[in-house]
Write a new protein. Structure first.
Length: 562
């Protein structure tokens, strides 16, 4: 067995299978293709564009069917990029200068890719979309066949330097045991689709992945963020049996009868079925940013209303917490004006934008949400991201009042939803009493709270050891927020990644969280953990962990209590 190759597990699933390399980039160097007359090259390019359009439209249809309508929207963006005059003019110019269509495509898309790569976070991942189109055009121009990703032999572990969104969307979870890529991060489209499809996946493994031989036995151990070549018997057993766990569709209680709500985090409504299938009690975080990404215009009030109603209807007995638009930071949106910032995570993001340059979007989102609250049997809750001051909260609450008033005036039916904020900044923790006194609930976003409490970027591997919610400083911030919420009769949940880590479920119960929200795939484990937990011993564990002075001590305390 090889040493496990570390990467980023994007689904807490594992799989075992036979390595199959996907190398769509093995083509002649575009610059070495001999050019015919410009007129002929222009024609070749136009024909390649037409074929690409046809392929994308077919893939769009297949993705809508297999993954979901919202994920399929990425192909609309591809169609736009395919005809984007800024890029196609570049191809024409290169052809005019005597280049072959291949070189024109490589140069024009290459410079667009470079521009996107120069940006931060999710925007940088749009470069993947550009690469996807470039590679598709180059393949068509070279007359190359595609590897049929939809019908890979059963038990395939697909290995690739990178997978594009359209590659990933074609994978069939029934056939593919998992995939691993050398590049990519947790928020790349490949990762998002893998989660939606429930495919074990580890991305960002780096150069070491490239050394794996075709046909090797490979375990994708996404739960432990690793790829293992020639796994031993013990590993084989672990990666093939770890998901044998009962799905509990009813709400669960601790061993001594305290009910804890276990909800799912949602990026798009295509994930609703998965959330129901894994036994979610409701939705604890609906990240509405995804509704606004990969398109040229924001969704209007009615389109948003439909998506929110879909979520509410999926949980007639549960609660759906929708977070208002949280862009900026790692999630810029191309069509919204955003000045390049030196330090976007400390800049204009979340509620700050909603109360300022995006106030029109905020208003239409609030109107859509208030209308949704009047629909169906489920309960709607709305929360605001990245709040740090009471003034911001008051302004957001005023915006809710204004949305209600405008609906009232127009005679449109609405209800006021439950209102809350995410606890993501140290300022919100320090002001938690004042915030809670104005609200129904809090939801702790440990991904951001850890980065701001520890001053350690969630995107920088070099400080990953600091960006960890088990540092006593973060645990104490959580504890303080729980106390403030309960002192003010508000409920408090957690929707950061920490909530879905079964190894800390007991600690979170002991800290007094009322709700835990996570990627749907971890719900069964966390629900099982809750039923095995006794609150008295969980509270003792929490007390010991809060008294620890290092992360290591916290970990030891958790291990000792198991
Ligand atoms: C968080 O910060 O923990 C959170 C859930 O929000 P996001 O990951 O979308 O920033
Ligand atoms: Mg956050």
């Amino acid at each position: 067995m090889s040493e496990p190759l570390p990467g980023v597990g994007v689904t807490p699933l594992s799989g075992l299978g036979t390595a199959r390399w996907y190398r769509p980039d093995e083509r002649p160097d575009p610059e070495s293709v001999e050019a015919a007359a410009p007129e002929t090259e222009r024609e070749r390019f136009a024909d390649a564009q037409a074929q690409a359009r046809e392929e994308i439209e077919t893939e769009r249809e297949n993705t809508a069917e297999r993954v979901g309508e919202e994920e399929a929207a990425v192909f609309d963006a591809h169609l736009q990029f395919l005809d984007d005059p800024q890029i196609t003019d570049g191809v024409d110019e290169a052809i005019e200068d005597g280049a072959a269509a291949e070189a024109g495509v490589a140069r024009a898309y290459g410079s667009a890719i470079e521009q996107f790569e120069g940006m931060e976070g999710m925007m940088a991942e749009r470069a993947d979309d550009m690469r996807d189109i470039r590679d598709r055009l180059l393949r068509i121009l070279s007359g190359g066949e595609r590897m049929d990703l939809e019908t890979l032999p059963e038990g395939t572990v697909l290995l690739a330097e990178r997978l594009t969104p359209s590659d990933t969307a074609q994978l069939d979870p029934e056939r593919v045991a998992g995939f691993a890529t050398a590049t990519g991060g947790r928020t790349s489209h490949a990762a998002i689709f893998a989660r939606s499809l429930g495919i074990p996946a580890v991305v960002g493994v780096g150069e070491d992945l490239l050394a794996i031989d075709e046909g090797a036995d490979v375990a994708i151990d996404a739960t432990n963020d690793a790829v293992i070549v020639d796994p031993d018997e013990e590993t084989r057993e672990r990666v093939t049996t770890s998901r044998d766990i009962e799905v509990r569709s009813e709400p669960v209680e601790t061993a001594d009868g305290v009910e804890i709500e276990v909800a799912a985090n949602l990026g798009t409504t295509a994930e609703l079925d998965g959330a129901v299938d894994q036994g979610a009690d409701g939705i604890g975080l609906y990240r509405t940013e995804f509704l606004f990404l990969d398109r040229e215009q924001p969704p209007d009030e009615d389109e948003q209303f439909e998506s929110y109603v879909d979520a509410l209807e999926a949980f007639p007995d549960g609660r759906v917490v929708v977070r208002t638009l949280d862009i900026g930071g790692d999630k810029p949106i191309p069509y919204l004006d955003a000045e390049a910032e030196e330090n976007p995570f400390l800049g204009n993001r979340g509620i700050r934008r909603s109360l300022d340059e995006d106030s029109d979007l905020f208003e239409s989102q609030l109107r859509a949400l208030l209308r949704t609250a009047a629909e169906g049997d489920g309960r709607l809750s709305v929360m605001f991201p990245l709040v740090s001051t009471t003034e911001e909260l008051d302004a957001a609450l005023d915006a809710v009042d204004a949305a209600a008033e405008s609906l009232d005036e127009e005679g449109i039916e609405y209800e006021r939803p439950e209102l809350g904020v995410m606890i993501e900044t140290p300022a919100a923790v320090m002001m938690a009493d004042e915030l809670a006194s104005r609200l129904d609930f809090f939801s702790i976003g440990t991904n951001d709270l850890s980065q701001y409490v520890m001053a350690a970027s969630r995107e920088n591997d070099a400080v990953a050891h600091l960006h960890d919610p088990l540092h006593p400083a973060v645990l104490r911030a959580i504890h303080r927020s729980v106390e403030a919420a309960h002192d003010n009769d508000a409920w408090i949940g957690m929707c950061g990644e920490m909530a879905g880590d079964p190894s800390v479920t007991k600690l979170l119960v002991g800290l007094g969280l009322d709700e835990l929200s996570m990627s749907a795939v971890t719900i069964p484990e966390v629900k099982a953990g809750i039923t095995e937990t006794d609150t008295e011993s969980a509270e003792e564990l929490a007390e010991r962990a809060l008294g620890a002075s290092t992360k290591l001590e916290v970990r030891e305390t958790i291990t000792d209590s198991q």
